[in-house]
Ligand binder design. Structure first.
Ligand code: OGA
Ligand code: NI
Length: 356
């Protein structure tokens, strides 16, 4: 059951959180994935250029390219790869480095500082969790995660961590800039779909902005574990920074590494974007591998619908030739069914897909 765990005593939380101050000497049984889900599955084919990730799409916002060309590049990247990396996006390298350092510092603080924030209630604007759906999942994933609401900043910043000391001062302005960047991307996407530019700015579809800092500690045996299972993000759009490899995207049935590009954002579309676009855009399956030599921290900005929001294919995209592929639903209903099947996207989408 999902409940407020802040009442829990520290010894339980110590078991749940991976960043509990101890080094893991071996992988506990409950973190060992079944054979078919382990990192080597499916095995990379011989001569596969995909696993060597040479030509993954990079979109340059400073390029001087015209708007139509950038939109074309975005749609092509999503169609072929399901993601792209964004460079020269206007967020300074210095600011990104500071946020990444604070993220790392948070997970390096003494356990007692962090354990106070452990909470698995969805309602809380600031929470520290472990794995994905710790209470209900069959196998655990090698991740702790700090997450908090960001928008509007004035409403939430008071709930953010007090330590590291500079957290609010640095992450506040960063979140404001990230919202503007996400809006710019969504404007381009709206135009590419043939919707009005501000389609995604209007109200509840994109009102929720979350900062999610994922931390994947050293894992004694990466061949047995996953940092995150194969999933598609439930939200509208995700912007992620990483400085250590680990993220993989499924392309044409094979797992492809998304190589860290300094100061780039990996852009992934969420399932709500796929639904709104009536499958003109897709949300890519991705997962996270662990490693035994370098702890890995990723900083993500996630834009989501409010729980009360009704989501469905944009009316403007539908006609006799393009019937709706999904029924409209309340986002809360979707989100609950997504968690209930432990992020198994195909299973979750069954409830919303129409036979066309
Ligand atoms: C996520 C996610 C990938 C990563 O948070 O949904 O897919 O590399 N994260 O942390
Ligand atoms: Ni994800």
């Amino acid at each position: 059951m999902v409940g407020d765990k802040r009442e829990n005593n520290n010894s339980t939380i110590e078991v749940i959180l991976l960043t509990n101050g101890f080094n893991h000497q071996s992988v506990p049984q409950s973190y060992i994935q079944p054979l078919e889900k382990r990192p080597t599955n499916p095995p990379p084919s011989l001569h596969s250029a995909k696993t060597t990730h040479q030509n993954t799409p990079i979109i340059d916002f400073r390029d001087g390219s015209n708007r139509a060309d950038i939109i074309h590049q975005i749609f092509k990247a999503i169609e072929e790869f399901g993601f792209f990396q964004l460079i020269n996006h206007g967020i300074s390298a210095e600011m990104m480095d500071e946020v990444m350092s604070l993220g790392k510092e948070f997970f390096e603080m003494p356990f007692e500082e962090r354990s106070k924030l452990y909470c698995d209630s969805m309602e809380t604007p600031l929470r520290l969790i472990s794995s994905v759906t710790y209470e209900t999942e069959e196998f655990h994933y090698w991740r702790d995660s700090l997450r908090h609401a960001c928008h509007p900043l004035d409403e939430f910043i008071h709930a953010w961590p007090l330590k590291p000391a500079k957290y609010r001062e640095v992450v506040g302005p960063y979140c404001v800039k990230m919202r503007a960047l996400a809006s710019k991307l969504m404007e381009l996407i709206a135009e590419g779909l043939g919707l009005k530019s501000h389609y995604f700015d209007d109200g509840d579809i994109t009102r929720i902005q979350s900062m999610v800092i994922n931390h994947y500690p050293l894992c004694p045996d990466p061949s047995l574990t996953l940092g995150l299972p194969k999933h598609r993000d439930a939200n509208v759009i995700t912007l992620l920074t990483q400085d250590v490899s680990g993220l993989q995207v499924l392309k044409d049935g094979e797992w492809m590494n998304v190589v860290p590009l300094p100061h780039a954002f990996v852009v992934l579309l969420g399932l709500q974007m796929q639904v709104i676009s009536n499958d003109k855009l897709r949300s890519a399956d991705h997962r996270v591998l662990t490693n035994s030599t370098t702890a890995r921290t990723t900083i993500t900005t996630q834009i989501s619908c409010t729980m009360e929001c009704t989501v469905g294919p944009a009316e403007e995209l539908l006609d006799e030739i393009n019937p709706a592929k999904y029924r409209p639903y309340k986002y809360q209903e979707f989100f609950e069914s997504y968690l209930a099947v432990n992020l198994d996207t195909e299973e979750a989408m069954k409830h919303y897909k129409l036979q066309t």
